[in-house]
Design a protein around this ligand. Sequence first.
Ligand SMILES: Nc1ncnc2c1ncn2[C@@H]1O[C@H](COP(=O)(O)OP(=O)(O)O)[C@@H](O)[C@H]1O
Ligand SMILES: O=C(O)[C@@H](O)C(=O)COP(=O)(O)O
Length: 427
Amino acid sequence: MLIGVIADDFTGASDIAITLSKGLTGEGGLETTQYLGVPDAPAAGQVEAGVIALKSRSIPADEAVAQSLAACRWLQAQGCQQIVFKYCSTFDSTDAGNIGPVTDALAAHLGAQQVVVCPAFPAMGRTVYQGHLFVHDRLLSESGMEHHPLTPMTDANLRRVLQRQSRNPVAHIGWQTVVQGRQALRDAFAAARQQNSDTTLLIVDAISEQDLTVIGRACEGAPLVTGGSGIALALPHNFIARGQAKGQRASVPPIDGPEAILVGSCSGATREQIAEHQKKHPVMMIEVADVLSGKTVPDHLVAFIQAHQGEAPLIYSSGDPQTVKAIQQQYGREKVAAALDSLFGTTARQLIDAGVRRLVVGGGETSGAVVSALNLSALTIGEEIDTGVPAMISQGEAPIALALKSGNFGGKDFFARAVATLRGGIA
Ligand SMILES: Nc1ncnc2c1ncn2[C@@H]1O[C@H](COP(=O)(O)OP(=O)(O)O)[C@@H](O)[C@H]1O
Ligand SMILES: O=C(O)[C@@H](O)C(=O)COP(=O)(O)O
């Protein structure tokens, strides 16, 4: 294994896994496997990039650090020469963490004196300029992310956001340097090292894939790199150019069989996709209060999916910002999230036991809850369904096909397309 990724949620893990698997256009990427939690056995010999999916974005910082270090140790034991910490392209975190504490701990563990921090993902409209994070033409804090149920992002200034979370100094390298190319950026790294001998977190601007390619190439040899999936765009190139990887990917077979779509994301994009899906497919809405009171239980969800087989049935809990706020005020944020995680997790388990073979999940935390309940160990990365969302197939007996969609990702017809792609589109 050459590159090891520690991803703080499951959809983010598949996002960076498809990036590593594709590599630069015309060159190819790495043979990539996504692991669900830290594996307890060595990786198969042919894996070139291993992505460990944790559910560590919204847990207490000390637990996130412990899990991330355990993942890092396993990846190092597989031979990884470079570790990537993948967080959300909207920098989802709170003042308590977990991006700062995990980055600090990994940097100390790996002896990394400088750590690039770059959440940019231009294909999804996330760019970093002058140290500020934008979502399309809006500052992060005015993009809708200020209403996120778990990690509301109310400040777009990444230097400020990260400095509140990190023990290490935070510095910035502007786009004016990045645009001059790899050597100019490496010179800027060296200059920053001279200025400060402490471990330094370097927020690097990027507004295009070209910028991310420059940054990735400048990170050749860095023990630790952090960012959204865009940071991984050119990392395979560094190994392919040195002849350490061949630029080929694994191929995986299509999976047919009963299907289900489970959605917990409350993002605007996901709510639009649900509305679109509802026009032609059966859709069931879950009232959160009914889940908390025990009126809605997994059996109801399973019965709905079974009654609508072959029609791409979808079940969602997603609410608009006002509904989410009201229910959280009434019951508490953690209690609501835990009840929904448990509902979706148990439902998924029952669905697979009942023969469902294709599962599409909307939402990062929700995907984590679902996949954790399925006791899967590893997923092979297939074709990209939509930007940042691959079709995946579980390794081992009785494979199931999965698509784990970040709340903000995907076109309007994503859910129907994902179900169809899992059936025939995994090439
Ligand atoms: N109607 C609702 N009210 C309050 N919280 C909700 C509701 N529906 C889902 N949630 C919670 O919102 C969170 C959505 O997060 P996540 O699944 O990561 O989506 P995203 O990918 O958009 O961030 C989950 O913790 C989920 O349990
Ligand atoms: O970087 C991204 O935007 C995604 O890969 C990601 O991490 C998404 O997280 P969720 O929105 O919580 O699914």
